[in-house]
Design a protein around this ligand. Structure first.
Ligand SMILES: [Zn+2]
Length: 319
């Protein structure tokens, strides 16, 4: 039985090592899925792989909308200005895909795509108007929904909340600035702070972190979840800075909800609770206002695939 293609879209999540894709129904159900290695050294091969998996997944559903999410700076025309993982530079990814596929194609930043998934079907499902999302993984990504729409800005580069400067002159960020939120609170930042603490002899011998030549964010998270006080303090410090960033975001945007996703959220409230406290301590006029709930993302591993597909469906319906 042929499925009505209007109700389905293919979502593709292009990671640095793995490409995940799925045929997704309008209610977010992943009907079928596939995973491939990303040929990251060859940007054209990645584009061709997206075409291949999209055709394969669409199958009997026939031509349907295709949504793609990838890390990097992607403009409103779906041109990848810069990508950290795949060899693309000023690459017209959307146009190249649209030329080869039958349905409409949407290409967006991975954090925007994840944000749209959380807004429509995940942690923000009870916040119909507005949401701030922070994705705390290796870096810190951002996504913003206002008046029920994803905010892309004048050129598609809005909501890069990870590069808000929260401590001028602070640690160096991969973007070249100092003291960005990403440099203070990402998984990499947590690992770097932990490594420095070990080298400075500030980690007690009993801690699983002591003696490690290099500590990753994941090491800290694991030790903290096992109850190690030194690791818990390191997460609290990162959470503090997350809250500093959130206070500015809440002051600027007054969202209904703040959603935090990404790999660092395996630490859960060990990261979020200090962030909530820091937000509360800094937000304008705390005595005179309510605060948006700060909650973990819900879609986990599927966020990229589902978000990209839902975004493609929404774009296909837009006039
Ligand atoms: Zn930065």
């Amino acid at each position: 039985v042929a499925r009505p293609s209007r109700g389905y879209a293919v979502g593709v999540d292009i990671g640095g090592t793995k490409l995940a894709a799925g045929l997704v129904a309008a209610d977010g159900t992943v009907v079928s899925r596939t995973r491939r290695e990303t040929p990251a050294h060859d940007g054209v091969a990645v584009m061709e792989l997206v075409v291949e998996v999209a055709r394969e997944l669409a199958g009997e559903a026939g031509p349907c909308a295709v949504g793609v999410g990838a890390a990097g700076m992607i403009d409103l025309d779906g041109v990848v200005r810069y990508a950290p993982n795949v060899r693309w530079a000023d690459y017209p990814l959307r146009a190249e895909l649209a030329e080869r596929l039958d349905g409409p194609v949407t290409v967006d930043n991975d954090a925007n795509v994840a944000a749209w998934g959380e807004f429509r079907l995940g942690a923000a499902v009870d916040a119909p108007e507005s949401m701030v999302m922070l994705t705390v993984g290796t870096g810190v990504g951002g996504g913003l929904v206002i008046d029920g729409s994803l905010v892309r800005g004048a050129s598609g580069l809005a909501a890069e909340f990870g590069h808000m400067i929260v401590q001028e002159g602070g640690p160096l960020c991969p973007c070249g600035n100092r003291g960005c939120l990403e440099a203070m609170a990402s998984g990499n930042a947590i690992g770097r702070a932990a490594t420095a603490a070990v080298q400075a002899g500030r980690i007690p011998d009993g801690s699983p972190l002591s003696g490690l030549p290099e500590v990753s964010g994941k090491d800290v998270s694991r030790a903290a979840l096992a109850g190690d006080p030194a690791a818990i303090r390191l997460l609290a410090e990162a959470g503090f800075w997350l809250g500093v960033g959130m206070a500015s975001l809440v002051n600027a945007l007054d969202p209904q909800i703040v959603v935090v996703g990404g790999g660092a959220m395996e630490s859960g409230d060990l990261l979020l609770e200090p962030a909530r406290q820091s937000l509360e301590d800094r937000v304008l006029g705390r005595r005179y206002r309510g605060l948006p709930p700060v909650v973990p993302a819900r879609l986990s591993d599927d966020a990229g695939v589902v978000g990209a597909a839902l975004l493609a469906l929404q774009q296909a319906r837009a006039p």
